[in-house]
Structures are given as structure tokens and as C-alpha cells.
Design a binder for this molecule. Structure first.
Ligand SMILES: NC(=O)c1ccc[n+]([C@@H]2O[C@H](COP(=O)([O-])OP(=O)(O)OC[C@H]3O[C@@H](n4cnc5c(N)ncnc54)[C@H](O)[C@@H]3O)[C@@H](O)[C@H]2O)c1
Length: 375
């Protein structure tokens, strides 16, 4: 049996703690929780030991792992503290707010004997896993184009006004991109790999916040581009990923994907073509649908998709083997996010991987300007 603590029992951490307390994670028990806010601890006092300070908790408890669900800026500091003591860490996304600090954390993780995971729960979506397999196996052929549109993470002004740290450069390190879209960007790079550069424009539409709630980015992969569009002010919104390869097309939503696999590749169709629009008989394809699945949909609806990552983390803690979402990979999504913000601020294309130190400087300047009311 592995004993876990949850640090930060607000909206998300509270769900992690509940999943552990209810025995939904095989092989794991909730040892204790920690939160700097006494009110957040109140509902846990009758269930487990509670702490206001994670260092005191580490001294008093014999822990196998901690789950970090605090605001973004604190992830690296807390994760380092436990990894340096050889206690396994599962951190919430994003791993950090800057690539520079994520690099430092990865260095600590490399030198630690402890397991390090990240809550990239969208990787447990069977639809995305299938799309990834199609791309990685070559079934879709050479990728030629992709569009990722995420405009269904609606956030009202009420949401932004709820928590002091949200949608600010100084508290969150960004807006809709770093908070919600970090998931889609991770899935994008998990499936397609990392681009070589990004050029982006960010906007704040119809909300009183200092960060963006709309992003339009072009990720350049050298031989193809991904057009990435995200917003948090649109109703009803869209969540769609299209990937076109020379052997087919994928149209993937959150719950199902339509797959079109060509009988002949586009290169063959082109070579055989003796008509201006190609030969109709050469353009035939097999079509099928992949679904999330009713059982998974109900299960993930009840306990949250995040519980799948918790289960995978505890499985690796107990039995070894690779994690579905290793913490060290958290930096990839962050590269994309920092790249988008830098491109928007500097009004130029940014080469990836970017200079982490230079980005941290830029972010600090924006956080300072925000405090003076300039953002
Ligand atoms: N994986 C997902 O789908 C998902 C969904 C929502 C939020 N999140 C992530 O979860 C994290 C928390 O978000 P939230 O919405 O729960 O925020 P929240 O503000 O509701 O909760 C954060 C909690 O952390 C506590 N806290 C702050 N600093 C602390 C410290 N140093 N030590 C201990 N406790 C501390 C706060 O008092 C608060 O109770 C963020 O990283 C967020 O991006 C992930």
C-alpha cells in the first residue's frame, strides 16, 4: 500500500484527495492533506491528518508520494523539495510557468531516485490514444497539415473574479493557454512531436483580465504547419483536431473521431492522375469511427479523468514501468506556451526550443507591469 498526500485541496486537489479517500486508486491511501488556507482544510480534519505547511508535513509523515495541486508558480518549489528527499511527485499541470524553472526541476528529477509524473489526464482519452497510434505507426502517412481548435473551455468573468491567482501574469503565468489549453498542446505534441517555431497573436475579449482569453498560433514543423486556435469566451465552442496525412485524414473531437484511410496514398493518386482533379476511382478510402466508450465515459464522469493518471502513477510506484505522463515531459507543453506568449509580446516568430532565461525575464516584466496596472 502506498501512502499519498495532496498539497493544495482547492477545486482540483480536493477531487484528487476525494478519489484517494474513497479508495478509487488501487494500492493507494490518502495519508494526509496540506493547504495554506485553514478553511480549505476544514472538511478534511475528520478524515485524515491536515497540515498548513508542506515541510512540517514532510517531517511528520512517512509518505510514498505527494500530489501537488497548488497554483502554478509554486509547483516547481514544492516538487523539488520532495524529489530531493526521494519522495515521488505527481504535479498538476502546468509543470511550471517558465521553461527555465521546468529545466531546473527536470535536473532535480534526473538526480532523484523518485518517480515524477504530471497530471496530463487528456492522454488517457482513448480517442487521442488511437489518433496517436495512427500517426506514430505511419498508418496516416506523412503528416501534411493539422488544425487544433479549442474554444469550448468557456470561462465567465465570475470565474476570473473567484480566485486571486487566476488569469494574471503574476499569479498564474498566463491565461487560457497555460490554464486550460496546456492539455491540448500536450496532446498535440504527444501525437505530432515538437515544432521548430511558432508565431502567434493573443487577445483579451470581453473580460476584465490582464492575460489572454483568445489565441491564434501557427506552429511550424518544417514540412507542415499546425494552426492552433483557442478561446474561452465562445458559446457553444468547438473542440476539434484535424490531422491530414498523405494516407488519410483524422477528425477528432473529445468523444469520437472519424478516420479516413486512403486505399492509395495521395502521392500515388497524383502520379496515376490523368485528369485535372484526379481520378475518382483512385480516391477511395475506408472510413470508421473511434469512440470514448460508454463505460469509460460514465466512470470518468464520476471520478474525473484525472483519476486515471493517479491510478497509472500508483501502478508505476508499486510495480515500476513507464508512466503514461512522465513529469519530465511537462516542459514540452510549456515550451509551446512560452513560445506563443513570447511571439505575441515580441511580435515575431519564435524559434523552439526557446531561451528559458530570456522568457523568464519577459514574464517578470509583464508581471511587474500588471502590478502597476499596465497590462
Ligand atoms: N488536470 C486538470 O484537469 C485540472 C483542472 C483544474 C485545475 N488544475 C490545476 O490544479 C491546480 C490547482 O487549481 P485549482 O483550480 O484547484 O485552484 P484552487 O485555487 O481552487 O486551489 C489551490 C489550493 O492550493 C492552496 N495553496 C496555495 N499555495 C499553497 C502552498 N504553498 N501549500 C499548500 N497549499 C497551497 C490554496 O489555498 C488553494 O486551496 C492548478 O495547477 C490548476 O492548473 C488541473
Amino acid at each position: 500500500m502506498k501512502y499519498l498526500a495532496v498539497i493544495g485541496v482547492g477545486r482540483m486537489g480536493g477531487k484528487h484527495a476525494l478519489n484517494l479517500a474513497k479508495g478509487r486508486v488501487k494500492g493507494a491511501r490518502l495519508a494526509c492533506v496540506c493547504d495554506t488556507d485553514k478553511n480549505a482544510l476544514d472538511k478534511w480534519r475528520s478524515k485524515c491528518a491536515v497540515y498548513e505547511d508542506y515541510k512540517t508535513m514532510a517531517e511528520r509523515e512517512k509518505l510514498d508520494a505527494v500530489v501537488i495541486a497548488t497554483p502554478h508558480y509554486s509547483h516547481v518549489e514544492i516538487a523539488k523539495y520532495f524529489l530531493e528527499r526521494n519522495i515521488a511527485v505527481l504535479t498538476e499541470k502546468p509543470v511550471s510557468v517558465t521553461v527555465e524553472w521546468a529545466e531546473e526541476l527536470n535536473e532535480v528529477a534526473k538526480n532523484s531516485g523518485a518517480l515524477f509524473g504530471i497530471m496530463y489526464n487528456q492522454r488517457t482519452n482513448p480517442v487521442y490514444a488511437h489518433v496517436r497510434e495512427l500517426v506514430k505507426s505511419g498508418a496516416l502517412g506523412t503528416v501534411r497539415r493539422a488544425n487544433v481548435t479549442v474554444t469550448d473551455w468557456y470561462r465567465s468573468q465570475f470565474y476570473y473574479d473567484m480566485g486571486g491567482w487566476r488569469a494574471s501574469w503574476s499569479g498564474e503565468g498566463g491565461g487560457t493557454l497555460i490554464n486550460q489549453c496546456v492539455h491540448q498542446l500536450d496532446v498535440m505534441q504527444w501525437i505530432l512531436g515538437m515544432p521548430g517555431s511558432v508565431s502567434a497573436v493573443c487577445r483579451t475579449v470581453n473580460r476584465n483580465i490582464s492575460t489572454e482569453n483568445e489565441v491564434c498560433a501557427n506552429f511550424d514543423y518544417g514540412t507542415f504547419s499546425v494552426v492552433f486556435t483557442a478561446s474561452a469566451h465562445e458559446v457553444p465552442g468547438v473542440n476539434m483536431m484535424e490531422i491530414a496525412g498523405d494516407k488519410g485524414l483524422v477528425k477528432a473531437g473529445k468523444f469520437k473521431a472519424r478516420i479516413y484511410l486512403l486505399k492509395k496514398s495521395e502521392s500515388e493518386i497524383n502520379a496515376l492522375s490523368r485528369r485535372d482533379y484526379g481520378n475518382k476511382e483512385d480516391k477511395k478510402y475506408k472510413k470508421y469511427t473511434v469512440r470514448y466508450g460508454l463505460f469509460r465515459l460514465i466512470r470518468d464522469g464520476i471520478r474525473g479523468q484525472q483519476c486515471n493518471i493517479l491510478c497509472d502513477f500508483v501502478r508505476a510506484l508499486e510495480k515500476g514501468g513507464a508512466l503514461l505522463a512522465p513529469g519530465e515531459e511537462g516542459i514540452n507543453g510549456l515550451q509551446l506556451i512560452n513560445g506563443v506568449y513570447a511571439s505575441n509580446w515580441l511580435k515575431k516568430t519564435v524559434t523552439l526550443p526557446l531561451d528559458g532565461k530570456a522568457y523568464t525575464k519577459l514574464l517578470k516584466e509583464h508581471a511587474e507591469a500588471e502590478k502597476k496596472g499596465g497590462c
